[in-house]
Ligand binder design. Structure first.
Ligand code: MRU
Length: 347
């Protein structure tokens, strides 16, 4: 996608470095971070400098490739095995991270050259899958539609194009008159900060809404469909996505609003039978108790917004049971969220 007239991917590798758009600074500052070794790339994933299922998948694949480049000859096998563990320990929920790390690790066991080729192939496939998701998803969007989305499953969350936002970009390019309701997405504000920034860049009409406005919006027939991304989809179609997604799905079912999940097959995890088996990341309570943004002087600050002596919990994801999902938009087409249909995707 373009920023200030220049094409960017969210994450890419050049020589031994991994480059990433610094997402913790957006929408206030656009900056590229250069990670010079696999440990720095791990840290970027952990601190959410790079985030979103596909983008952390690609970053993890590149981190694995960096580890093969860095491994000393006399301790090669132990070094790359430990690196794999370090990469997989950064964030637990997004399936793409494990998918990419494994693919690059297995290729790297044959040669470091192959690790690099495979990491690039993972990133390129992520971008291509997102494009295809856009094409299939666009067919569901009618002229005049008001679409609601949660969190950020746009191009910043993938290598390019995105999943939930990709059909919206295609519909807009096709000349459809569309409008997007952007859930602000507490506590980190990926909707208010990142999705809104992306839509603004593409000149797509949108408004940021408080997370708790979903039931009111849908009860007033202000939403024609909802599209969200996914971090991991179990074999039975249960879907882990940003905390708050499950609530929206319940509301959507109550008001007969079609609820779509958009995700590539690299987000499906057939070894996880149901959503009950998905590990939900628990993040630091500071993210709930404090907020960051820029002050009038343009300086990025973090301030406490909660009662000083209270504590918080911060589950980063929830699981929407398959029965609430109208369909899953994949790079192979739109499918029903049931085990038989999902297994056929992998035949
Ligand atoms: O915690 P994040 O920001 O890495 O979470 C990922 C997400 O942005 C969402 O859950 C998203 O809707 C699916 S990932 C494309």
């Amino acid at each position: 996608m373009q920023v200030n007239g220049k094409d960017y991917r969210t994450v890419w590798m050049h020589q031994r470095s991994v480059f990433m758009i610094e997402q913790n600074l957006l929408p206030f500052e656009f900056k590229i971070f250069e990670s010079k070794n696999y440990q720095q790339t791990c840290n970027a994933i952990r601190t959410m400098l790079v985030r979103g299922a596909g983008a952390i998948g690609a970053a993890a694949g590149f981190a694995m490739a960096q580890a093969f480049l860095e491994a000393p000859k006399d301790n090669f096998r132990n070094f790359v095995a430990q690196a794999r563990k370090d990469i997989e320990a950064t964030r637990p929920t997004a399936r793409n991270l494990f998918y990419a790390t494994e693919r690059v690790y297995l290729s790297g066991k044959k040669s470091t050259e192959l690790a690099l080729t495979e990491a690039q192939a993972v990133a390129d496939k992520d971008a291509a899958d997102s494009q295809a998701i856009g094409t299939f998803g666009n067919r569901l969007i009618k002229n005049g539609f008001h679409i609601q989305t949660h969190c950020n499953a746009g191009w910043l969350a993938f290598v390019d194009f995105g999943t939930a936002l990709s059909p919206i970009y295609k519909a807009h390019k096709a000349g459809k008159d569309i409008f997007v309701w952007v859930d602000e997405t507490r506590p980190r504000g990926q909707g208010a900060k990142l999705t809104a920034w992306e839509l603004q860049n593409e000149n797509i009409q949108h408004r940021i809404v408080p997370d708790n406005a979903g039931a009111w919006l849908m009860s007033q027939q202000k939403v024609d469909m909802m599209i969200v991304g996914a971090d991991r989809i179990a074999a039975n179609g249960d879907t882990a996505n940003k905390i708050g997604t499950f609530e929206k799905a319940i509301v959507a079912k109550t008001f007969d609003v079609p609820f779509y999940v958009a995700a590539p097959t690299s987000t499906f995890d057939l070894s996880t039978k149901t959503g009950n088996d998905i590990i939900i990341e628990e993040r630091n309570q500071e993210e709930v108790l404090c907020q960051s943004g820029i002050d009038n002087a343009g300086i990025l600050r973090k301030i406490r917004i909660a009662s000083p002596s209270s504590e918080a919990i911060n589950p980063a994801f929830d699981v929407t049971p398959a029965k609430y999902i109208t369909g899953i938009i994949t790079e192979k087409g739109v499918i029903k969220p049931d085990e038989e249909t999902i297994r056929k995707l992998f035949l």
